[in-house]
Design a binder for this molecule. Sequence first.
Ligand code: MG
Length: 356
Amino acid sequence: MVNPLRTSDGSHESRVATLIELSTTDGVIGWGENVAPAGVSYVGESSDESVAAMCDLLAPLLAGREIDVFEMMPESWWGVSGHNFAKHALESAVWDIHAQRESKSLREVLGGTRTAIVPGVVVGISDSVAETVAEVQQRIAEGYGRVKVKISPGRDVEVLRAIRATCGDALLLQADANAAYSKDDIELLCSFDEFNLQFVEQPFAADDLESHAELARRSRTAVCLDESICTVDELMGAIEMKAGSVVNVKPSRVGGIGAAVQMHHIVKSHGIDAWVGGMLESGIGRASCLALASLSGFTMTPDLSASSRYFASDITVPFEMVNGEIQVPEGPGIGVQPLPEVLSAPETRIQTVFER
Ligand code: MG
């Protein structure tokens, strides 16, 4: 990684990309990415567990089977509960194959209307307020029009105040807490109203919808849900409780592109704002996230930055931001594939999980 990303759960200095290559009996190849994080604090599926589930439990379910990608929902199709990141990795590779067979881009197959995305950028937690402000200024200079800053208890009010004082009131600013606060902090979080944030994201634990609903009632700032929403049922429950007015839809967290599209339709019909979140995807995962973010109901800027925001080198042709926009890939399928030199690099480990 270009520089370590610090969030309330620690520092991320490098990232192992886990890709899956599927091939059909007639030789069409699709690529997916398992983006389960190395730590277990994010929705309880660590990278090791997820990769094991993908290889041992889920990949055999695909082998030798006729597959309709529209039916591959995480809750029903697999006959196994959980393992959303692993299901997403495999399902997204099937979407790549499906779109190639239709000679269309994934964007076209999903019904996306935007051909370019105006991305936002995430700024992690730094050692000092001054460092955070400097990075925000750097990102604005790079062309990002929306900044999301990671916050945690003790690293919040001061940071937000300094960003507003330095960067002005016009900057679209969001704060992401990654579940670091508790019910006792509701008063403090209400005081964020003075910073005119677009929203505060996931202040409380994933299962604490009550506190999210209480904050949403008491605060003028919109509440965005991220870690709380892993299934369609959880989304419906959160809407019913009015636990938030914005949803961050990450295809990996919700178990697939199909589930993410289903959630898109639900939030759109309820008039809830939504956007596509990222999990430090390489170019493979980023490509399908961009296709998803082209759907019209994703009304807010996604966390899908240029490759160079995070990585010294990407494993696909890098995604670049030009005039504040990133193009949605237009080639067949996800429109990108791993670079040959990446696949043949000494640090790349290739494992055949299933072979006919
Ligand atoms: Mg988040």
